[in-house]
Design a protein around this ligand. Structure first.
Ligand SMILES: [Zn+2]
Ligand SMILES: [Zn+2]
Length: 128
């Protein structure tokens, strides 16, 4: 359901390198929602991977996580955003990355990003 086609940059450049951990969290979050939701729902993706040109086109910040495949904008039809946020937070907890996932709720979608750099740094510190 999350695949190269729907995560790919929207201008046809072919950039589709989306973070596998963030993908796991999203898929688990959808599974959790579907375990309580009678209809089988899926993500409506507004924007995931973006090349610099596309990022500028849509007015993204120059340091946007979309540029690194570490952010996604989406909503789920018929499921209120607050409910989606709740389950995505649960999924992030399950993968033990809650502290590194940021969610910003907009009017008709949510932006979710994974601070992978900070997460990697934490992993290295934990090894020491
Ligand atoms: Zn592009
Ligand atoms: Zn975004």
């Amino acid at each position: 359901m999350l695949n190269r086609q729907n995560l790919m940059c929207r201008d046809g450049c072919g950039f589709a390198t989306f973070d596998f951990q963030l993908k796991d969290i999203l898929e688990y979050g959808i599974d959790l929602i579907n375990s309580v939701e009678p209809h089988n729902v899926s993500l409506s993706i507004h924007s995931a991977c973006r090349c610099p040109e596309q990022n500028e086109e849509v007015g993204g910040m120059s340091n946007s996580y979309h540029l690194e495949g570490l952010a996604i904008d989406f909503h789920i039809d018929i499921v209120p955003l607050v409910v989606v946020v709740y389950f995505m937070r649960l999924a992030a907890e399950y993968y033990e990355v809650s502290d590194f996932i940021d969610i910003v709720v907009k009017e008709d979608y949510m932006h979710m990003e994974f601070d992978k750099r900070r997460w990697l740094k934490k992993q290295q510190e934990d090894i020491k």
